[in-house]
Design a protein around this ligand. Structure first.
Ligand code: PMP
Length: 479
């Protein structure tokens, strides 16, 4: 019934034929054909498009997903070792999440959350309040991580204003941090690659030296180093607290900042200092939340409650865009007044609290409850530790580091001096390209190769993922 048509025919078709013509065209298309069509109309995120169009970097069209596997249009499979940008927790096409979303689809796909509500948004907010650190009582939804960060920043600033302290306008952030790409989130980040170009557009922030344990002295423990590094933060708080609304951090792992890691003691000290200096603490657990660091939330390892907790990515199991900012009742109360006093938080996004996304999130949380995920992950984390241990002796590996379900391998040109490979050489990209040919999706951050797989990965798949990275590194460092 389908006839293969050509693009030339398509151009001459009257408009009302176009839909069916596209249907005809998709039949039997291979990767190259999809990629060609893609490049005519799509502008991809975080990409130099010339790499795909002219430099031979493959652009892989994915047809379907199942568990840790993605499959392209020619039947080649790729192990999703990075959980599709850290969002997927329980595999692609997870039957339990699929079922929940399908049911929700037949009931209610979406409704405005201003003045209206729905079952999934309410149940999810109840559960998030119950499972996040004690003292977080209110849930404000948005639809992506950057927006959650914007909300936390605005709420913090606005809280102090409502309390009669409008001079608290500044934010303290950590060196090497990342909080998203919208202008406010970018301003509180510190990864030059993403930020520098836009510097003239960004608000000024106070950047504290980081606790990143890559720089500890040899023989110094993570705890000792992170403790020592807190002195700078304490000093900044002492100097600037009167003008500071909040400190924002990514608890334990600075993911986009090359998966650099630090000890929970830094968070405990930060919580104490924020209390002492009357400054909010914003914990951005968008990447590290939902079990990535070994506990459901990274803040648990320091036994702290932030004033704002930003969640996204794994929140919906990697299914649909959703984010949430959890905060304290006392903060909520500072906005709660007669309308005429104009203290309300008048922030909104059209898809805030989308019903399908909330239902996917509820199904995701149900899996955590039913399957003892955090306990099982300890096993997986051990397998990942054992499998990656040999990299420590590799002549071009400066460090293998791990926090829970995140393992990172830092490639360097000179191991003794820890001299990095020049970024222009794009060694990580070579690992990426090699891995693709072997059926593994790795997406190194510069010269850092990392694994952050879905929690449904098994021992054999861990071995494959790590073996392929080993070969990829061999190819990448060879000249
Ligand atoms: N914060 C952190 C810690 C992140 O890792 C990210 C995304 N990588 C964001 C914020 C931004 O989230 P989104 O991409 O959904 O805007």
């Amino acid at each position: 019934m389908f006839i293969r048509a050509t693009a030339i025919i398509l151009i001459n078709l009257p408009l009302f034929f176009v839909d069916s013509a596209f249907l005809i065209l998709v039949e039997n298309m291979n990767n190259q054909a999809w990629s060609d069509r893609d490049l005519k109309v799509l502008w991809h995120p975080c990409s130099q498009m010339k790499d795909y169009a002219e430099q031979g970097l493959p652009l892989i069209p994915i047809k379907s997903g199942q568990g840790v596997w993605l499959e392209d249009f020619e039947g080649q499979r790729y192990l999703d070792a990075i959980s599709s940008w850290w969002v997927n927790l329980f595999g692609h096409a997870n039957p339990r999440i699929n079922q929940a979303v399908k049911q929700q689809l037949d009931t209610l796909e979406h409704v405005i959350l201003g003045g209206f509500s729905h079952e999934a948004a309410i149940l999810l907010a109840e559960q998030l309040v119950a499972i996040t650190p004690p003292g977080l009582d209110k849930c404000f939804y948005a639809d992506n991580g950057s927006s959650a960060v914007e909300i936390a920043l605005k709420m913090s600033f606005h809280y102090w204003r409502n309390l009669g302290q409008p001079e608290k306008t500044k934010f303290i952030t950590l060196e090497n941090s990342y909080h998203g790409e919208t202008l406010g989130a970018l301003a509180v980040g510190d990864v030059g690659l993403y930020k520098d170009t836009y510097a003239p557009l960004l608000m000024e922030v106070i950047t504290a030296p980081g606790p990143d344990c890559f720089y500890r002295e040899s023989g110094e423990s993570w705890e000792a180093y992170s403790t020592r590094r807190f002195a700078d933060m304490e000093q900044l708080l002492a100097e600037h607290a009167g003008n500071v609304a909040a400190v924002i951090v990514e608890p334990l792992v600075q993911c986009a900042g090359s998966m650099r890691m630090y000890h929970p003691v830094y968070l405990s000290l930060l919580r104490e200092a924020c209390d002492k200096y009357q400054v909010h603490l914003i914990a951005d657990e968008i990447a590290v939340g939902f079990g990535r660091t070994g506990t459901l939330f990274a803040c648990e390892q320091a036994a702290i409650t932030p004033d704002f907790l930003c969640l996204s990515k794994g929140l919906s199991g990697g299914y649909l865009p959703l984010s949430a900012v959890l905060t304290r009742n006392s903060i909520y109360q500072a906005f709660y007044d007669d309308y005429q006093r104009l203290t309300a938080f008048l922030h909104s996004h059209s898809y805030t609290g989308n019903a399908l996304a909330c239902r996917a999130a509820l199904a995701t949380l149900a899996i955590f409850q039913q399957d003892a995920v955090i306990d099982n992950n300890q096993q997986l984390a051990r397998l990942m530790r054992e499998a990656t241990a040999p990299f420590a002796d590799h002549p071009h590996v400066a460090e293998v580091r791990q926090t829970g379900m995140i393992v990172a391998i830092e490639l360097v040109k000179d191991k003794q001096r820890r001299e990095p490979f020049p970024w222009q050489e794009r060694r990580g990209l070579k690992v990426f390209q090699h891995a693709l040919t072997q059926g593994v999706l790795l997406r190194p951050l510069g010269n850092v190769i990392y694994f952050m797989p879905p929690y449904v990965i098994n021992a054999q798949e861990i071995k494959m993922m790590v073996d392929v990275a080993w070969q990829g590194i061999a190819c990448a460092v060879k000249d």
